[in-house]
Ligand binder design. Structure first.
Ligand SMILES: Nc1nc2c(ncn2[C@@H]2O[C@H](COP(=O)(O)OP(=O)(O)OP(=O)(O)O)[C@@H](O)[C@H]2O)c(=O)[nH]1
Ligand SMILES: [Mg+2]
Length: 301
């Protein structure tokens, strides 16, 4: 019998906002850890996802979408993505099925050129469920011409298509190594963090324009009852302007109620318990541009 060599390593998952990085990692782990939304800039900080099977432990980093920062929060997010790349053994770059390489994509490719030959770079073309085969072939050859990718793999993160091929390919590039984390651990984030992200995700889902991008969640209380399988959770939602507060609360409180109800349902699934979720709305004027507030809301090393 030949002993198989156990492999491990760090894989950063980077790309422009909204290409499906978080969808892919949630699919690999089989749990909703990262918030997902149709709006760009959903992920704001690096989140570790740990995949362990009999061959390997792959430690993925979900990163904020790379784009030009518009405020202090944006600067933090860009630093997160870049540090994610620095710390990895393999880089995964995700794009969607756009037929041209736009300016945002170009600037990421320029960053990646510095890593060519130093780290393996896997390109994933995501959302292939939305295009025809011939279109896909054109996109593949467009990226192949860049000559920096060790592999190009088409996937649909949403349909869990091609994800096994991606995992198999990663294992080729990872080196022999130990288990860094316990076998059953899937993320470095705690339940408090995930519940805050669930609330923010519902905001991204139902609010429009600038309002959802200016939300920050702070969990004030997170307590399991002793006599019952139930949690009492108090959260503050911060918005950037008084007018945004009105929009978030909605007519007769309808918007806040909708967000609160859906967040509670998701939190109950996560915690496998009943949840009593209380939410308050507060204003912190232009917090995304204020260093101390950006840090206080958790966007800090
Ligand atoms: N059709 C299709 N849609 C997808 C697929 N993967 C993700 N999406 C959708 O794309 C949108 C963005 O997904 P996210 O996973 O939040 O993207 P992200 O790259 O993490 O975005 P940021 O965190 O903002 O950088 C969501 O509406 C997803 O449902 C896919 O394979 N096919
Ligand atoms: Mg994301």
């Amino acid at each position: 019998m030949i002993d198989k060599i156990f492999k491990s390593g760090y894989v950063s998952v980077i790309g422009r906002p909204n290409v499906g990085k978080s969808t892919l990692l949630n699919a690999i782990i089989g749990e909703k850890i990262s918030a997902i939304s149709s709006k760009p800039q959903t992920t704001r900080q690096n989140i570790t996802f740990i995949h362990t099977d009999e061959d390997a432990q792959i430690i993925f980093l979900d990163t904020p979408g790379i784009q030009k920062p518009k405020n202090k929060l944006g600067e933090f997010m860009l630093t997160e993505s870049k540090e994610g790349i620095e710390d990895s053994d393999v880089i995964t770059y995700i794009v969607d099925t756009s037929k041209k390489i736009g300016r945002a994509e170009r600037s990421i490719i320029d960053i990646l050129k510095e890593y060519k030959g130093k780290l393996p770079i896997i390109l994933l073309i995501n959302k292939v469920d939305t295009i025809r085969k011939d279109e896909l072939l054109e996109i593949i050859s467009m990226y192949a011409e860049e000559d920096i990718f060790d592999e190009i793999i088409p996937i649909s993160a949403m349909k869990n298509d091609g994800v096994d091929i991606y995992l198999g390919s990663l294992k080729k590039y990872l080196k022999a190594g130990p288990m860094y984390y316990p076998e059953d651990m899937i993320t470095d984030k705690n339940e408090r963090f995930i519940v805050a992200e669930i609330i923010r995700e519902k905001g991204l889902m139902y609010l429009n324009e600038e309002v959802p991008h200016g939300l920050a969640i702070s969990i004030e209380k997170f307590k399991k009852r002793e006599d019952k399988n139930m949690y009492d959770i108090d959260a503050n939602i911060y918005v950037e302007r008084d007018t945004h507060k009105g929009i978030l609360i909605g007519k007769n409180g309808s918007m806040l109620k909708r967000i609160g109800t859906e967040a509670r349902e998701d939190a109950e699934r996560l915690l496998d318990a009943k949840v009593n979720l209380q939410i308050w709305v507060k204003v912190e004027k232009n917090w995304r541009d204020r260093d101390n507030l950006v840090k206080r809301f958790g966007y800090d090393k």
